[in-house]
Ligand binder design. Structure first.
Ligand SMILES: CC(C)(COP(=O)(O)OP(=O)(O)OC[C@H]1O[C@@H](n2cnc3c(N)ncnc32)[C@H](O)[C@@H]1OP(=O)(O)O)[C@@H](O)C(=O)NCCC(=O)NCCS
Length: 210
């Protein structure tokens, strides 16, 4: 039986664990092995009953291991995922109670509860799309993207690699969120967001560039 290794033991890691424990594949296709976290063993609370397995950069994946990426910050997530990929780690997608439209494709991305999408979306890998987010049709989401709970992305929105969309944001039809950009909580975005920019408010305006 496969063993799931959760990368990240913070809030998202604990959320991923709880969701994996009720997934219909749990105990049938795989069991949970424990956590990797670059901060060390002390960040894994005993109450979780799963061990800290090691540091992501020195961990050696075994043939039965499959991985879930649950680190919030996209650049930190990428920094921790890449060394594991180089050692042959296989990341999986988790889609508990997810309703994805016809012909929607996705890579090794984690979907929180009740995420839904319209038809013909393309969703990349190592992204984390949190609870109750709704995607319209033809939405494109790159790799290492983070979308917080209850966001609304209208049709043809394009979210480039490493972008962050914070809780409750709404993105208007056809808008591109550039690589590494950040959308503030509750923002309503009507125009493209340049790569690396942070936007807030309604209508969203750029407050600074990274
Ligand atoms: C976008 C965000 C990340 C920017 O945070 P930051 O880099 O610390 O920026 P600051 O707090 O210095 O804010 C810069 C300015 O934008 C304003 N601002 C920040 N976030 C705002 C928001 N969501 N809506 C409206 N205005 C906002 C601030 O008041 C400040 O304005 P000022 O210069 O007039 O004082 C942050 O505001 C945000 O939305 N955080 C949400 C985090 C979150 O809950 N994530 C969900 C995880 S599950």
């Amino acid at each position: 039986m496969k063993q799931v290794v959760i990368l990240g033991a913070g809030g998202l890691g604990r959320q991923a664990l709880a969701q994996l424990q009720v997934d219909r594949s749990h105990g049938i296709d795989w069991v949970i092995a424990g956590f990797l976290d670059e901060r060390g063993p002390e960040v894994v609370p005993e109450v979780l009953y799963y061990p800290w397995l090691g540091y992501p950069d020195s961990f050696e994946p075994q043939s039965g291991h499959i991985f879930v990426a649950a680190v919030g910050d996209p650049s930190s997530r990428e920094r921790q995922v890449l060394p594991l990929l180089e050692k042959g780690a296989q990341f999986i997608s988790v889609r508990t109670r997810t309703e994805l439209g016809a012909r929607t494709s996705y890579g090794s991305t984690f979907f929180g509860y009740d995420v839904s999408s319209g038809v013909d979306c393309r969703i990349g890998s190592y992204s984390f799309i949190d609870q109750q987010t709704m995607l319209g049709h033809d939405v494109v989401i790159g790799d290492f993207v983070h979308i917080a709970p209850r966001c609304l992305l209208a049709g043809h929105v394009n979210v480039e690699k490493g972008a962050v969309i914070n809780s409750g944001a709404m993105i208007s039809r056809g808008v591109t969120i550039g690589e590494g950009a950040v959308v503030g909580m509750g923002a309503v975005v009507f125009k493209d967001v340049p790569p690396g920019a942070t936007v807030v408010g309604n209508p969203a305006r750029v407050v600074f560039h990274r």
